[in-house]
Design a protein around this ligand. Structure first.
Ligand code: BG6
Ligand code: MG
Length: 215
């Protein structure tokens, strides 16, 4: 029996996945990498900032020291935060507010499980924070999805066992992480059919029969 839902953030609750792409693209261009594409960006879905940086650097020919990599990741984050400056409720994806309201009415507890270290700020700015009971994010974890750590921490904070949690994700790494944690999953987003999730839907605005998923 499912008692809690753990939502990924970027690309599930908010449309920030597009901003991540633009910020990485800008960094890539700074470095003379002109062939960083949307399809490279798809590999960054769900993975940590440093792992995402490696995906950009793989497109170029230059090697960087660990210290330089940290500075590059910081620069990307500055670009990203600049873009987040005007973030508000409008960035919340269709169906997210209604879904969260309905789930809470059903007495379910709600967690967020995201790789992003910007999670608390994004939840505040978009007005999502009041709907979330517990947050597990890049600030809590040491291991990146597909490792299950982020969802294990979320379940622990929600005081639930893995079998009582359902994860909602838009990334293959996230679905793999949910599986590794022993949790069922709902795959959403542009690649929902190829993620290997337990259940599939185009997004939270799709006609999801939640009663079935919660059994
Ligand atoms: C994930 C995104 O949610 O967070 C990744 O899908 C991103 O693309 C990762 O790299 C880390 O985010 P941040 O905000 O800590 O750089
Ligand atoms: Mg995501």
């Amino acid at each position: 029996m499912i008692r809690g839902i753990i939502f990924d953030l970027d690309g599930v609750l908010v449309s920030t996945d597009e901003l991540h792409y633009r910020a990485w693209k800008r960094l890539a261009e700074d470095l003379g990498i002109t062939n960083f594409t949307k399809s490279d960006n798809e590999k960054q879905r769900g993975v940590s900032r440093m792992a995402s940086l490696e995906i950009v650097l793989d497109k170029g020919t230059v090697s960087y020291s660990e210290e330089e990599k940290l500075r590059l990741a910081e620069r990307k984050n500055d670009y990203y935060k600049e873009m987040l400056g005007s973030l508000d409720e409008g960035a919340v994806l269709a169906g997210a507010f209604d879904t969260l309201k309905w789930l809470r009415e059903q007495q379910l507890v709600i967690g967020v499980g995201s790789a992003s270290k910007n999670t608390p700020m994004i939840l505040q700015k978009t007005g999502l924070a009041p709907y979330i009971d517990e947050v597990s994010c890049g600030l809590d974890t040491t291991l990146s999805k597909p490792h299950p750590e982020v969802f294990q921490i979320a379940a622990h904070k929600l005081k639930l066992s893995a079998g009582e949690c359902l994860v909602v994700e838009d990334s293959a790494a996230g679905i793999e992480a949910a599986k590794a944690a022993g949790m069922k999953s709902l795959g959403v987003g542009p690649y929902y059919q190829s993620l290997g999730a337990t259940y599939e839907a185009t997004g939270l605005d799709a006609p999801i029969v939640w009663e079935e998923l919660l059994q």
